[in-house]
Write a protein that binds this ligand. Structure first.
Ligand code: PMP
Length: 459
């Protein structure tokens, strides 16, 4: 086996690479899976095994792997102008054209685009621009963010503070910026017995309002949320949630930041989840599917009101003191433009809606009645299965995550890459997936699921 050779790439991985979001000691024991190439919805490891990528990488490879149009777009731009920045009035054509396209397809109030390299940087930028905006308005105390428990907004200092997941806070001394986390809008887990979805949403909106009033509205700057929560477990909000949350925010002059880093570019079967839920954000954060992750890129779209305040203020003080060396990168934005052209020309948003509908139905048909499945949830081409030790009481496994990990590992054996978020199994395949491919993906997953759950059953 090449992986056991002392000088193999596997051995050198363990020797030299610190892995993101990985148990380091476990990694020393089992080593890496080296992904060597990709084609469509498949990736192949260096030992020749093929996997259906049911997570599109990290929720991101919309157009699938091996899309030559994106490689060509990058190569063309690399030859013409491989790099330039957007400081001091400089610009480049792909950045301008992509900004124009994003303004065209996004909610109407958003008029300007700021590019960063990652979703975390974009959310850090959102925090800074919100603070800057309120300083420019003379509202110097209005700085606190409200986010949700279970929300994911990245891992940099500000974005990681907004994230509402213990693993991203613990031992990192986060949160560090002023942020309050309110209840996860997860009906299955947090609704009271007998409560309707609407009543649950009303209760959460009341909690939000109470949080604002307790702190003082003059201290609360913005509410940030993923329209449909992703990394925290794929959680579509209950009916009426966003309408009620928006009404509370508007009442107290609180900006709404929609983090569509996972949702954006068709995931739910609409170009943006804001459309799906009727959200009218002041700031929209995009990344991942913006380039299908072929290049690092994220974008922040802001309302004209925020832009005007920034423009007035920077005119006064001379400049906007914020920007990244590789922001508005011409190669990344050229790939973004071509990626958007593929999404639009090939009807990938419509495909996500159509294949997504069947995927949601099939997941429920196959798994909803299983005694270890508490909930099957999702919209379009994003879904999760929540595993429980006791279906009636919704009790979680102890320890959490062991079965999820066993299913994740069995998935590899059966040729499908899914994601285990504790005992929640996530699916987020490339938007190009056909119905037949999606069925094959679920067939493979079903075999892995039964293998792993059978191992749990008493002998
Ligand atoms: N926001 C959301 C909703 C995300 O899902 C992610 C990444 N999973 C981020 C922000 C952070 O993006 P990045 O990893 O590019 O910093």
């Amino acid at each position: 086996m090449p992986s056991s050779l002392p000088n193999s790439i596997h051995a050198r991985d363990v020797e030299y690479l610190l892995h993101a979001v990985t148990n380091a000691r476990r990694h020393e024991e089992r080593g890496p899976i080296i992904i060597d190439r990709g084609e469509g919805i498949h990736v192949f490891d260096d030992e020749g095994r093929s996997y259906i990528e049911a997570m599109a990488g990290l929720w991101s490879v919309a157009v699938g792997f091996g899309e030559k149009r994106l490689a060509d777009a990058a190569y063309r731009q690399l030859q013409k102008l491989p790099y330039y920045h957007s400081f001091s009035h400089k610009s480049n054509e792909p950045a301008v054209l992509l900004a124009e396209a994003l303004v065209r397809i996004s909610p109407e109030r958003l008029t300007k685009v700021f590019f960063t390299n990652s979703g975390s940087e974009a959310n850090d930028t959102a925090v800074k621009l919100v603070w800057y905006y309120n300083n420019a308005r003379g509202l110097h105390a209005k700085k606190t963010f409200i986010a949700r428990q279970g929300g994911y907004h990245g891992i940099t200092i500000a974005a990681g503070s907004l994230t509402g997941l213990p693993t991203n806070h613990r031992d990192f001394d986060l949160p560090i910026i002023p942020v309050k986390h309110v209840t996860t809008p997860h009906f299955y887990r947090y609704a009271q017995p007998g409560e309707s979805e609407e009543a649950f949403s009303t209760r959460l909106a009341e909690e939000l309002e109470a949080t604002i009033l307790e702190a003082g509205p003059d201290t609360i700057a913005a509410f940030i949320g993923e329209p449909l929560m992703g990394a925290g477990g794929v959680i579509p909000p209950p009916a009426g949630y966003w309408e009620k949350v928006q009404a509370v925010c508007r009442r107290y002059d609180i900006l709404i930041v929609a983090d569509e880093v996972i949702n954006g570019f068709g995931r739910l079967g609409t170009m943006f989840a804001c459309e799906y839920y009727g959200i009218d954000p002041d700031i929209l954060v995009l990344s991942k599917q913006i380039t299908s992750s072929y290049q690092p890129l994220a974008a922040l779209l802001i309302s004209d009101a925020i832009y005007q305040a920034i423009a007035d203020n920077s005119a006064k003080i001379g400049t906007l003191g914020h920007g990244f060396t590789a922001g508005a990168h011409p190669v990344a934005t050229a790939v973004g433009l071509e990626n958007l052209a593929i999404i639009e020309e090939n009807g990938l948003v419509e495909n996500a809606r159509a294949v997504g509908e069947v995927m949601q139905r099939e997941l429920r048909r196959r798994f909803a009645d299983h005694p270890l499945v508490g909930e099957v949830r999702g919209i379009g081409l994003i879904a999760a299965i929540e595993l429980v030790a006791d279906k009636a009481t919704k009790a979680r496994f102890d320890p959490v995550g062991k079965l999820g990990l066993a299913i994740f590992d069995a998935g590899h054996e059966h040729g499908v890459i899914i994601r285990a978020i504790g005992d929640q199994i996530a699916f987020c395949p490339p938007l190009i997936i056909t119905e037949a491919e999606m069925i094959e993906m679920l067939d493979r997953f079903e075999r892995a699921f039964h293998q792993a759950t059978a191992a749990l059953a008493p002998a």
